[in-house]
Write a protein that binds this ligand. Structure first.
Ligand SMILES: [Zn+2]
Length: 308
């Protein structure tokens, strides 16, 4: 057992590829869209949004959930699409006052950038203070999963820099405000305390490959750094997944590439010999001792992608 930092959250102990984490991204089991809580404390006990005051539950490794409660003057709520302002610089902890300082790309703000780069969705909770037409009439309501569609810096109403995100609803369950007129939630569950400590896979296969190269492209060596202290790389399957190639989703069949070289590789403009000498780019494929590559997949790619 060793200590490591999971791609989805906190310091954790790794044991055989599985980790014990306190964090849960995505849906909380037994907590359907529309789940209502009268207080932030109840919402926290349900595991939907754990902090009692902060509007963002997350850190630079990712953000699990956000609360929209009218606390930030620069927020805009259009129901399925929200302009969400990050944390910090507000005269009231957790939002509610005016901005009195610049926000920084740290903590949960950086976490939302990581969600953007990884495609992780956040749970969104609305508070009654927002008012109609999207908020519950009292307390707090879980409104489903939203993806971080875009982010950037803006100058807010009070003249300070704010970190902003466009959150777009991405949930199979209908939005509560479209089906719920009572404001008390679609199916208020019996109140209960959930244990949110659970076993999840430490990282996806693709994440492990990217990490073993520290997000540097295996062709050109470039690591793309984006605001929020996040590095961006893409996982390219050597033998394509699904029809007609039916390649496996295993580390030996994945490369860590920058977007340009991902396109060139997928198109067959770049191929890799068994000795890892590149064709279509000078030099040799960059490797990591933690990341073996299976030559038969390279051969398959030379045979198929290069001819298409
Ligand atoms: Zn590259």
């Amino acid at each position: 057992m060793c200590s490591a930092r999971s791609s989805i959250g906190v310091e954790i102990a790794v044991d055989g590829g599985y980790v014990l984490v306190r964090r849960v991204f995505g849906e909380i089991s037994g907590m359907p869209v529309g789940t209502h809580a009268q207080t932030r404390k109840e919402m926290s006990e349900l595991g939907i949004h754990r902090p009692l005051v902060a509007g963002i539950c997350g850190d630079r490794n990712g953000t699990e959930s956000v609360v929209l409660s009218g606390g930030f003057e620069d927020d805009q709520d259009n129901g399925d699409e929200v302009v969400y302002t990050g944390q910090g610089g507000n005269s009231e902890q957790g939002g509610g006052g005016v901005q009195t300082a610049n926000q920084q790309w740290t903590r949960g703000n950086a976490g939302l950038v990581r969600n953007w780069s990884q495609g992780w969705r956040v749970r969104l909770v609305r508070g009654a203070r927002l008012g109609p037409p999207f908020a519950p009439s009292s307390g707090y309501r879980y409104d489903g999963l939203y993806r971080v569609d875009a982010y950037g810096e803006a100058t807010g109403i009070s003249g300070f820099k704010v970190c902003q995100y466009r959150l777009v609803r991405d949930d199979v369950m209908p939005a509560p405000w479209s089906v719920d007129q009572s404001g008390m939630g679609v199916t208020p569950p019996e109140r209960r305390t959930v244990t949110i400590q659970r076993i999840v896979r430490s990282t996806t296969v693709a994440d492990r490959v990217k990490k073993s190269h520290d997000y540097a492209c295996q062709i050109c060596g470039i690591r793309l750094e984006i605001p929020g202290g996040v590095s961006y790389a893409e996982a390219a399957h050597v033998r394509g997944l699904g029809a007609p190639h039916f390649g496996p989703d295993v580390e030996e069949n994945i490369l860590c590439l920058c977007p340009n070289h991902h396109v060139l590789f997928d198109s067959g403009a770049l191929t890799i010999n068994d000795d890892l000498i590149l064709k279509g780019y000078k030099g040799r494929l960059r490797t990591s001792p933690e990341h073996p590559i299976e030559p038969s997949y390279l051969a398959y790619h030379r045979e198929h992608a290069a001819k298409s």
